[in-house]
Design a protein around this ligand. Structure first.
Ligand SMILES: Cc1cc2nc3c(=O)[nH]c(=O)nc-3n(C[C@H](O)[C@H](O)[C@H](O)COP(=O)(O)OP(=O)(O)OC[C@H]3O[C@@H](n4cnc5c(N)ncnc54)[C@H](O)[C@@H]3O)c2cc1C
Length: 284
């Protein structure tokens, strides 16, 4: 199928982008086009105008600060995968980038596009939720920062308004352990279940401030608060990992689709949670 007819603009500033979006509720931003173009080709979206971010300066930078890392909306998955600075400052991000699709898609698809698209099966929403990120957006009324806990409101929906542009994602640079687990039918496929965990470790070896996020097997990227409560304050080990698995299996009602039943995904999720908590034990 061919996409429906639309007009195309590539403004040079964020202000101009927001002005265009506010002037036409049927206008849509295009960034890497790796989610939007398939939707257009299948006629699942029919915007009147595409507002391309490619000419807006300053959206493709990675800034490594002392307390946080700022990643511009147009930084691609490949930029993250290949960044030596990120590999040293926050290795979870380059590690995860490799799980996203294939090199061709990673070289065009952007972090901002993935977060704005808010696909519960995408890797970045799950990881950013576990990392306690902040999402910076700009609209006609000015800029605002949204805590990731308040960002993903449903499948493919977020708390951004239609006339707001996602400009950057900020991730705290804290001394925390992390783990990431994904089960997919084959490399590059969307996951059937995704789990990301971050946690601090006290001097006596106890976990604190645990954040356990799950994607792909649920309708909305979400935190597993029951699992967080079960592992917070405990010393990691096989017993804790087994407890986390049991709690995870009891605390979600996974989706069921042609790729796997709800019960299959429940077992998968439990296994991934156990592996992730075991990885924390290993001190990644
Ligand atoms: C075959 C295939 C396999 C894929 N597999 C995976 C996978 O395994 N895991 C995964 O996570 N992704 C996967 N993707 C999607 C890919 O990661 C996309 O890059 C990503 O979802 C969207 O980024 P984009 O820059 O291409 O956004 P676009 O397609 O340009 O835009 C997506 C949506 O976000 C909006 N948007 C984009 N940027 C902004 C912004 N800055 N502010 C506000 N709104 C914005 C657009 O209006 C649109 O609604 C796959 C894609 C394909 C084609």
């Amino acid at each position: 199928m061919k996409p429906p007819t639309f007009s195309y603009v590539a403004p040079g500033s964020v202000e101009e982008v927001t002005r265009l979006l506010a002037s036409d509720p049927d206008a849509k931003i295009i960034s890497g086009g790796q989610s939007l173009m398939p939707l257009l080709a299948m006629r699942l979206a029919g915007p009147s105008m595409l507002v391309d971010l490619k000419a807006v300066n300053g959206l493709a930078r990675i800034g490594i600060g002392e307390t946080e890392i700022t990643i511009g909306a147009r930084v691609t998955h490949h930029d993250i995968e290949s960044s030596a600075e990120l590999a040293s400052a926050l290795p979870l991000l380059p590690f995860v980038a490799r799980f996203i699709a294939h090199p061709q898609i990673r070289s065009r698809g952007t972090l901002g596009g993935s977060v704005a698209h808010s696909d519960p099966s995408a890797e970045w929403p799950t990881v950013l939720l576990a990392m306690d990120a902040t999402i910076d957006v700009v609209g006609p009324r000015g800029g605002r920062s949204i805590a990731v806990d308040d960002f993903f409101t449903g499948p493919f929906t977020s708390s951004m308004a239609f006339d707001e542009v996602l400009v950057a994602v900020r991730v705290p640079r804290a001394d925390r352990r992390w783990a990431f687990q994904e089960a997919a039918r084959k490399a590059g496929d969307y996951g059937l279940a995704i789990v990301a965990v971050t946690a601090g470790v006290d001097a006596d070896g106890r976990l604190h401030g645990c954040r356990v996020a799950v994607g792909a097997c649920v309708g909305t990227t979400t935190r597993l608060r029951d699992v967080e409560d079960a592992i917070d304050g405990a010393v990691p080990g096989e017993t804790l990992a087994a407890r986390a698995e049991a709690v995870a299996r009891d605390s979600v009602q996974p989706i069921s689709d042609i790729h796997g039943s709800s019960e299959y995904r429940r077992r998968l999720l439990g296994n991934l949670v156990r592996r992730a908590v075991t990885d924390l034990t290993n001190g990644q």
